[in-house]
Design a protein around this ligand. Structure first.
Ligand SMILES: Cc1cc2nc3c(=O)[nH]c(=O)nc-3n(C[C@H](O)[C@H](O)[C@H](O)COP(=O)(O)O)c2cc1C
Length: 182
């Protein structure tokens, strides 16, 4: 698969870290884009974002990348975590960075765009932006962990969200806990 993984400045760098850890870059082409604020939040939340060898990292504003054009074929884009600021910009059709333009392209090309917002509580503006994105075909998968698998570590908690992201991409983790499946 050809994938774009991105992060914007919401809390939850761990979701991106766990996602990167569970997609094999030798099997899939992975492009990574972090917004300036995502980098700031990452520095606050973890010592260092570990980027596996083979993952192609791009600057937020580098339009010299394949996924900002509809002509380049990609399978899915994930923004995890997704700030409400970026979610609102995507809902408004603003595409003035490579990251936002990519999201705009995935929507217009009817490709899979998976947004993982983390904010609480929501304002009516947040809710309306989410509705706009759902109507435009995005998958909105909030960073809301589940606990019925009895997660023991912070990574385990994050994985309850990451496994749902992987299901949506179409790369399910065989180790994912599934209710009444064991
Ligand atoms: C430590 C920290 C945590 C933040 N957490 C969130 C959050 O959980 N959700 C959110 O929508 N914004 C959060 N923000 C605010 C965003 O970073 C801010 O709106 C920023 O402009 C988003 O820019 P970006 O979407 O271009 O990355 C946080 C900011 C900081 C400094």
């Amino acid at each position: 698969m050809k994938l774009v993984l991105a992060a914007t400045g919401a809390s939850g760098t761990i979701y991106l870290q766990r996602l990167l850890a569970q997609i094999d870059p030798t099997q899939h082409e992975i492009h990574l884009v972090l917004s300036k604020h995502a980098q700031q939040v990452a520095a606050q939340e973890c010592d260092r974002l570990e980027i596996p060898a083979g993952v192609k990292e791009h600057a937020e504003n580098d339009l010299n990348v394949p996924f900002v054009s509809g002509s380049a074929r990609f399978d899915a884009m994930v923004i995890a975590p997704c700030s409400m600021a970026s979610l609102g910009r995507i809902a408004a059709g603003t595409s003035d960075s490579a990251l936002l333009r990519a999201a705009d392209v995935f929507l217009k090309e009817r490709r899979k765009l998976i947004l993982v917002p983390r904010e609480t509580p929501w304002s009516l503006i947040h809710a309306r932006n989410v509705v706009t994105l759902l109507e435009a075909g995005a998958i909105v998968l909030p960073a809301i962990p589940s606990f019925y698998s009895r997660p023991q570590t912070v990574n385990d908690v994050a994985d309850t969200v990451v496994w749902r992201i992987l299901d949506q991409i179409g790369l399910p983790n065989p180790r994912a806990y599934r209710w009444k499946d064991q």
